[in-house]
Design a protein around this ligand. Sequence first.
Ligand code: SF4
Length: 476
Amino acid sequence: MTTNLSKQLSPEEVDVLSRYTNLCVSIDSADRKTLARIRRKADVRIITYNLMLIRAAALQRQQQPPNFLFGTVLNDVSIFELCSLVSFAAACGVNVIQFGDLHEWTDLPKDIAVGHVTNLKGEAFRRAYKELLDAIELSKKLGVEARIQPNLLELYSAAATNIGSNEPVAESESAEASESTAVVSSQLDDQTFEFPEFGAAKLRRQGLQVPEGKTRLCYDPWTFLHINSQGSVRPCCFYTEVLGDIRHTNTTLDELINGDMIREIRRGLFTGELGTECQTCKFKKIVDVDAFQAELAEYLGRKERTHVDSLTSAGIDAVRTWPRKADSLFVAAHTDGGQALSSGGGFGSPERAFDGQSDTFWVSPERGPDNAWLGFAFPAQQWIGRLVLTQTNNAGFRQDLVEVQYRDGDDEEWASAVIARIPIDENKSFIDLREPVRARQWRVLARADNAVDETHAWTPLSLEFFSPVGQSRNGS
Ligand code: SF4
């Protein structure tokens, strides 16, 4: 979800936002005055306070706070403050900072407070560009991942050819740039940039033309909708044509998601026969059609698989594996005096999943769902709040849906603690229980249909148990 966090959040809103996995915050400067100038009504003090409230609400529930991403639009004012924004992001515990180009909507009033970076004149542009490169370097050092919009650096390097003149580094909008693909280079401080001889003005308005056999790496029309406060729906943030209006008409989101227009956009991206807007989009990389088709199929296949799982009776309540609670809230459970358990009466050496070796594993004798299980009997009742299951990524030898169960004695029924859905490409899975449970015997039961072929067998590499801090001793 993307938000500017610029209104004072209510406790209910804080609670809801604290349950998101990822939150993108739109912010272009850590300076109060600059930010207020760019985004009217935005106050960096309120943003920071909201951000901390959201983190605190998650921690109070003993859950991992959302991953925060700063979405930063570069412009001719705030670009000079990027290094302070990066350090501010690091201080706020932000994981990612994303630098995007200013999109110049033609239907907006001309009195917006900032302009495109390439409006800057020679020496000012040099300083701006250097600030961006310095900010990228700083983010690496501070452990904040910097994501840079495709074509952004190409645009700046193209503009850099005009450094030295007393004109804006981009050519005038009316100048027609060459369509030639000849490569030239320009020097900025100690860096040399190469770029097609294409012209900064044109790059500023649109991305590079997509050649035959290529397309844009864009999943937006499959995974994303942009809905503005007026009810207009677009397939991405940049499409000028709208899919429809859900506020002033009876059109439903379902109709728009499956409508002719968005399907045609998807078809264009999938085949490389792009419509004008995707053809000239400056926000998505150009890739081979074949590679895109393969990546999209895999991406959607993962989603589809998740969807199918969620429709099975076992999957209805399944939670996605994820370290929802902070690592510092757990300690490894004491296993001294305990014993490995498994289906098949101990066949396949279940103790290998608890020996701390990464190259040994238990081999299940069963095939198919609801049969195989791996567990551990503690010498006394043990509070457990988290399990960590490590598996191979070979599909026939892993499980993608498991249920954690517990009981105290051999003659008792197993009770369910949680059902967890494991992404197909995940090796190490964190299964956090909704609440810690105290019991003597614990097991993880296969609930998926992997390992159904007679040559397959579930082979977990390790199963680890973690107790909440303060409840790490047996029975305490
Ligand atoms: S305009 Fe760009 S972001 Fe939007 S759907 Fe097309 S390629 Fe994707």
